[in-house]
Ligand binder design. Sequence first.
Ligand code: F6R
Length: 240
Amino acid sequence: MNVIVTKDYAEMSSAAAKIVSELIKNKPDCVLGLATGSTPEGMYAQLVQECKEGSLDFSAVRSVNLDEYYPIKPDNDQSYRYFMNDKLFNHVNIDKANTNVPNGMTENPEEEGARYDKIIANLGGIDLQILGIGQNGHIGFNEPDEELVSGTHLVDLTEDTIQVNSRFFASIDEVPKQALTMGIGSIFTARSIIIMASGKNKHDAISKLLSGKITTQCPATMLNLHPDVTVICDEGAYNG
Ligand code: F6R
């Protein structure tokens, strides 16, 4: 596992944006695995900037997002589809038809999971997956548990995650209790993975990841089994 420790959030964002933009330049039709949340926002802002300056071209890029709340309408401003449009897709020259987010309105989550994994397979797998990490060590919405699931599936969010994510909602009661998420196997179709973390509240999860031990109680530790993972974290997340 490569580890890059940056001074702060801004440097973490630049380091990640550089890797993404180099990939797009080398492989214009690359498949990006994308994450939502606070962590990648700065990275998306830099990619938007580069695209506006004309040095980055998203026209052939394809993307698959990690997860989506369930149930949620795509035009709800808390949906991850909305987040992606708002933070990235509306500001770069990506073809939205080439962007994929799990369908938070599906009537059949099981079918939706299978459909989503087929999309990933038909794209030939993911070139670069961007991950954040939950304070509880989740990646995507693969929550700590006795077992982890390989494919894209419906998951019950833990009380921890509902609490942490309530900061984006008017009240905790409005946070969806479930989500569709890529499973560990879906994430592992990625040829390379970047996991980003900023701030002391991520220290515990990052320490477990870097310990080299693997436990389903901290799903990010599964990344120790992947051959090409880069951890990009700031000093707060690294040192605590
Ligand atoms: C988001 C996702 C989550 C977040 C994690 C960290 O698509 O899959 O695993 O990456 O919850 O969230 P932030 O970045 O808001 O701290």
